[in-house]
Design a protein around this ligand. Structure first.
Ligand code: ADP
Ligand code: MG
Length: 319
C-alpha cells in the first residue's frame, strides 16, 4: 500500500512527457500577484466512471469546479466515489465519460501540476526526510543548488527544517505526514489533491496539522481538493463542502462555509455549518440503507418465487 501510494505520488514527476525545462516551475511558493491570472482552476465536467464487474457507476455525472485558490472538501458515505474523483482529477483513473481540465488543459495523465497526498505518507524508508522531499525534483532534473533551496523552503513551511537529516522511522506519524505535504508542495503544483491525509493521526496531531495546513494554504493559496470522513475537519478547512450521494456517486449538495479564517473549531458558526452537513450525510445514509433494504427485499421475493428460499443461497450473493 505504501509503495502503491508512493508510486502514484511520484508518477507525476516521472511519467509526464513534457520538456525538462518546463516540468517544474522554478519559482517555489511565490504567492501569485493579483495582477496575474492565478493558476489552479480545476474543472470536473460531467464525469462518470463504472469499474469492471460493478453494475452501479462509482461516480455518475459529477460536475465540480474548484476556482483558483479555493479549498474544496468532498464528504459523503464510504464508497460514494470520493477517492475515484480525486484519482480522476490526478489523471490516474480515466473517466468513462466527461472530462477534467486544469487551467483549460485537459487532464489525461498524472502531471506535476497536481500533487497528491494520501493517508499513507508513502515516504521511502531508506531516504532522509530532506531526500524524500527532494526526490521528485531530482527525477524532474532540477539542478542541485535549486533543489537544496526548494527543499529547505518546503521543510521550513511545514516547520520541520530541523529534521531534514532524519529517517522516516525517527519521526512521529504527524511529522511524517508533514514531510509528505512538503514533498507535494516542493513540486509547486497548481492543485493539491488530498485523500484523507490526517485520518490515521491522533486527535492532537490532527489539530496541529489542521492549523499548519490552513497556514500553508493561506500563504500559498494553492487550489486544494480534499477528501475526509470528518465533518468537523471539512468545516474547519473548506471554502466549500461538497456532500456526495452514493450508489452512484453524485453531488448531493454544495455548501459554502462562509466563516472567516482562521476558524475556531469550537465556534458557534462552525458548529452550525457542521450540523447542516451532518444532517445531509445522515439523510443520504438513510436513503442508501433504505435502497439496499428494498433491493434485498426484492431479491428475497424473487428467490421465493423461484423456490430458492434456502438461506444458504443468499450467502453467495456477497451482500
Ligand atoms: N479500482 C477499482 N476497481 C473496482 N471497484 C472500485 C475501484 N476503486 C473503487 N471502486 C469502487 O468504486 C466505489 C467508490 O469507491 P471510492 O471512490 O474508493 O469511494 P470513497 O473514497 O468515497 O470511499 C466503491 O464501490 C468501490 O468499491
Ligand atoms: Mg476513499
Amino acid at each position: 500500500m505504501t509503495f502503491g501510494a508512493l508510486a502514484r505520488t511520484l508518477s507525476a514527476a516521472i511519467t509526464t512527457p513534457v520538456p525538462r525545462a518546463t516540468r517544474v516551475s522554478s519559482a517555489p511558493y511565490r504567492a501569485p500577484s493579483t495582477k496575474e491570472p492565478r493558476p489552479g482552476q480545476l474543472v470536473i465536467d460531467s464525469v462518470s466512471k463504472r469499474f469492471p464487474g460493478s453494475l452501479t457507476p462509482a461516480v455518475d455525472g459529477v460536475s465540480l469546479t474548484c476556482e483558483p485558490g479555493e479549498f474544496v472538501v468532498l464528504v459523503g458515505p464510504s464508497g460514494c466515489g470520493k477517492t475515484t474523483i480525486l484519482n480522476i482529477a490526478a489523471g490516474m483513473v480515466r473517466p468513462d465519460a466527461g472530462s477534467v481540465s486544469l487551467d483549460g488543459c485537459e487532464v489525461t495523465a498524472p502531471g506535476p501540476d497536481r500533487a497528491m497526498v494520501f493517508q499513507e505518507h508513502g515516504l521511502f524508508p531508506w531516504l532522509t526526510a530532506a531526500q524524500n522531499v527532494a526526490f521528485g525534483l531530482r527525477m524532474a532534473g532540477v539542478a542541485k543548488p535549486e533543489r537544496a533551496e526548494r527543499v529547505s523552503n518546503a521543510l521550513r513551511m511545514v516547520h520541520l527544517a530541523h529534521v531534514g537529516g532524519k529517517l522516516p522511522h525517527e519521526l512521529s506519524g504527524g511529522m511524517r505526514q508533514r514531510i509528505a505535504i512538503a514533498r507535494a508542495l516542493v513540486m509547486n503544483p497548481a492543485v493539491l489533491l488530498m485523500d484523507e491525509p490526517f485520518a490515521a493521526l491522533d486527535a492532537q496531531n490532527r489539530s496541529l496539522l489542521h492549523e499548519q495546513l490552513q497556514e500553508l494554504w493561506l500563504q500559498t493559496r494553492k487550489t486544494v481538493l480534499f477528501v475526509t470522513h470528518s465533518v468537523s475537519e471539512a468545516v474547519l478547512l473548506a471554502d466549500r463542502v461538497i456532500v456526495m450521494s452514493a450508489n452512484p456517486g453524485r453531488v448531493r449538495r454544495d455548501v459554502r462555509v462562509g466563516v472567516p479564517y482562521p476558524r475556531d473549531p469550537e465556534g458557534r458558526d462552525v458548529a452550525e455549518v457542521a450540523k447542516l452537513i451532518r444532517k445531509e450525510i445522515e439523510d443520504e445514509v438513510t436513503r442508501v440503507n433504505a435502497e439496499l433494504a428494498e433491493a434485498l427485499r426484492r431479491r428475497r421475493d424473487r428467490q421465493e418465487t423461484a423456490g430458492l428460499d434456502d438461506p444458504a443461497a443468499e450467502l453467495g450473493g456477497g451482500i
